[in-house]
Design a protein around this ligand. Structure first.
Ligand code: ZN
Ligand code: ZN
Ligand code: ZN
Length: 338
């Protein structure tokens, strides 16, 4: 008799149309459960060396204003530049390259250097949500920009060069790879069933509850059925909406609330300011309506079984298929219990 809690199996990611290998029996390896609390690095409220703190100079000599809430600026070392001329290279249909105009911005969540989403006051976090909406609308309105990717890298383990609470907003002319995959799946689902993939998925999660981590009036947070990272979560709006700009006033507060709850649970899991990459997925800004898109956010945290032991995506995962040990249901249970 097959045991879904113990026996190796693979799960289908309905959003990206990819498989993930789940090997729960491997969690019986003897090292499981070792939790090593690290020395928490205490950060000051203001760091004179930080290029994001108010009043400080950034690389290139620009000085930040003495900002009191959120603060946005064009990235000093942008990966994409707006004035990039359009060009294309094609050699035998094999060597293909395209110029890529775009815009990269940095959004500081707060003047306070040592704050995190988990520790922000709800009203201040709501201000951050408002800034995300503003940026999405403003940048998305640019005719040369078809996608606006808002993302936060939190913690040195994720390569975040600065602990100051901030996110990045990269926007470009074409759809990024992950967006292309998710768009294809959502459009195909809508074509086949006349319904929204993530609306149906959220209904299943709300009735099954085994992967549910948090829920409020407007959002739910789950460890997705197809999660790759050990404590990966997905935050999904309960109402069908294609982008962050369609959130009602109450839903903006709901988003701030669920993000705070999820990140606070993360921090409690291993007793450390939890590292992650977080970002929103929503409709492209190509002027189409995109009814197939359902707003959601992904949290991809690297930690596996303690504050100092991370998961690596190497070997079989680089060459074949991503793999996880702890089941998404067991991960959700642990996050719920905190
Ligand atoms: Zn700072
Ligand atoms: Zn939907
Ligand atoms: Zn997504």
């Amino acid at each position: 008799m097959f045991d879904w809690k113990q026996d190796p199996h693979r799960r289908w990611n309905a959003l990206t149309a990819e498989w993930v290998l789940v090997s729960p029996h491997r969690t019986q390896r003897p090292w499981l459960g070792q939790v090593e609390p690290p020395a928490a690095a205490v950060q000051p409220e203001y760091d004179p060396e930080c290029y994001l703190c108010p009043g400080n100079a950034r690389a290139g000599g620009v000085r930040n204003p003495d900002y009191a809430s959120t603060f946005v600026f064009d990235n000093d070392f942008a990966a994409l530049r707006p004035a990039t001329p359009v060009d294309r290279f094609d050699r035998g249909g094999l060597l293909i390259a395209e110029s890529e105009p775009g815009l990269c911005r940095v959004l500081c969540f707060s003047p306070r250097h040592n704050l995190t989403i988990a520790n922000m006051a709800p009203a201040d976090l709501r201000t951050v949500v408002d800034a995300w909406v503003e940026q999405f609308v403003e940048i998305g309105a640019h005719p040369a920009i078809d996608y606006v990717q808002i993302f936060e890298n939190r913690g040195a383990m994720m390569g975040a060069s600065n602990p100051h609470p901030h996110c990045q907003i990269w926007s470009n002319r074409t759809l990024p790879n992950e967006i292309l995959k998710e768009q294809a799946s959502q459009a195909a689902w809508r074509g086949r069933r006349g319904n929204c993939l993530l609306c149906e998925y959220a209904d299943i999660e709300r009735s099954e509850r085994s992967r549910l981590v948090e829920e409020n009036q407007d959002f739910l947070a789950v460890v997705p059925f197809w999660a790759v990272w050990p404590f990966e979560t997905m935050v999904v709006s309960r109402r069908h909406l294609s982008g962050i700009d369609r959130l009602s006033d109450a839903e903006r507060n709901g988003l701030a609330d669920i993000l705070k709850r999820v990140t606070a649970r993360y921090d409690r899991l291993f007793g450390v300011s939890f590292p992650y990459t977080m970002g929103f997925h929503q409709r492209p800004t190509d002027g189409q309506d995109h009814p197939e898109w359902h707003l959601h956010a992904h949290f991809y945290p690297p930690l596996l079984r303690s504050a100092t032991v991370r998961k690596f995506m190497v070997g079989y995962e680089m060459l074949a298929t991503p793999q996880r040990d702890i089941t998404p249901e067991a991960a959700a249970e642990r996050l719920r219990a905190l």
